[in-house]
Design a protein around this ligand. Structure first.
Ligand code: NAD
Ligand code: ZN
Length: 352
């Protein structure tokens, strides 16, 4: 089979590989559509997960089951499926402890284009198929289905980590596709006021549609100062971090009310430490929680998030700004994600 692979850090191209072998619990899936992620850019060009040789890229897809292992009960060839970016081992102790995304080690639930070949190939392997796949609802098209792999579950996880409650004022830092889903998730959870950090006109337009009412720019000075000005010096109840770097936490803590919570889903690519401002953290006693997490995957999660889209409660269509048809456009879509033109949110490739 053919797959689009990372040859080494900074180099990619099409390669030939054997079809993945299936264990008794696994499934072989053929992509119906794949989406490119900021993480693919981090992996390939920034060496975020270290060097990988001839590893097929990609972790966002929906597909059709081609073959299943002998012990798979609920899926059969021909089923169209949602596929989460994170595919835990559900019988692991970490999953039993409630942290399936860390099954097999910290962050090790992330397998596609990390510990094994990803989804940018003619076929891909899904471990623990009954635990990880979900049937694709008939009224969700393949482009929208790709947004359910990572963007919806990650953006929403930021909202879960920040524990957004009815009536909260929520600050969402970074409104790329993940942050946009955090805006949508915060609105669904009942936030009364959503302040977003971001200025790209396309992202601002989409964020408004999802419920953000006020916008600030990190280029206009410290985020915290601008938030405190907007909130009469009080700050916000919750912060979701979906962009920025290690120093973003200084602003997040400063912008937060006592008793507030920060939910981070942003990947911190450099720096050794995260600084917490001592005084604004209540000199250690401010009840300002800082939490960060990898998105949860798995079938139940996919079914629930899928039902939000199929019922019309969540419209993910505005995220897919660039839709291509055919594998021949995969590289173009990947390079587009690296170069991030102003009107881009997510590139998706439909495999017709
Ligand atoms: P993105 O690059 O499109 O969005 C990040 C946004 O943050 C951009 O709009 C950028 O302008 C903004 N930004 C940059 N510097 C900033 C600063 N100093 N302050 C505030 N905003 C700033 O990326 P994305 O696809 O939306 O993903 C967001 C992050 O989530 C990435 O780091 C990605 O790797 C990570 N991610 C995490 C998970 C997870 O499971 N936790 C899953 C997928 C992606
Ligand atoms: Zn992704």
């Amino acid at each position: 089979m053919r797959g689009y692979a990372m040859l080494k850090i900074g180099e990619s191209g099409w390669i030939e590989k054997d079809k993945p072998e299936l264990g008794p619990l696994d499934a072989l899936v053929k992509p119906l559509a794949v989406a490119i992620c900021t993480s693919d850019v981090h992996t390939l060009w920034e060496g975020a997960i270290g060097d990988r040789h001839n590893m097929i890229l990609g972790h966002e897809a929906c597909g059709e089951v081609v073959e299943v292992g002998a012990c798979v009960k609920d899926f059969k060839p021909g089923d169209k499926v949602l596929v989460p970016a994170i595919t835990p081992d559900w019988n692991s102790l970490e999953a039993q402890a409630g942290y399936s995304m860390h099954s097999g080690g910290m962050l090790a639930g992330w397998k596609f284009s990390n510990f094994k070949d990803g989804v940018f190939g003619e076929f891909f392997h899904v471990n623990d198929a009954d635990g990880n796949l979900a049937l694709l609802p008939e009224n969700i098209n393949p482009v929208d289905a790709c947004m359910l792999s990572d963007m919806v579950p990650t953006g929403f996880h930021g909202v879960e980590l920040a524990d957004v409650q009815f009536g909260d004022t929520v600050l969402v830092i970074g409104i790329g596709p993940v942050g946009l889903m955090s805006v949508a998730g915060a609105a669904l959870r009942g936030a009364s006021r959503i302040i977003a950090v971001g200025t790209r006109p396309k992202c601002v337009e989409v964020a408004k549609g999802y419920g953000a009412g006020e916008f600030i720019s990190y280029k206009d000075g410290p985020i915290a100062d601008q938030v405190l000005e907007l909130t009469n010096g009080e700050g916000v109840d919750r912060v979701v971090v979906a962009g920025g770097g290690c120093d973003t936490f200084i602003d997040a803590v400063k912008a937060l009310k006592p008793g507030g919570k920060i939910g981070n889903v942003n990947y911190l690519g450099n720096g050794d430490y995260i600084k917490i401002p001592r005084v604004e953290w209540g000199v250690g006693m401010g009840h300002k929680d800082i939490r960060g997490g990898l998105m949860p995957g798995g079938r139940l999660r996919m079914e629930k998030l899928g039902s939000l889209v199929s019922s019309g409660r969540l419209d993910v269509a505005p995220l897919a700004t660039h839709v291509f048809h055919g594998w021949d456009h995969l590289e173009e879509a990947l390079f587009l994600m690296r170069d991030k033109p102003a009107d881009l949110i997510k590139p998706v490739v439909v495999i017709d």
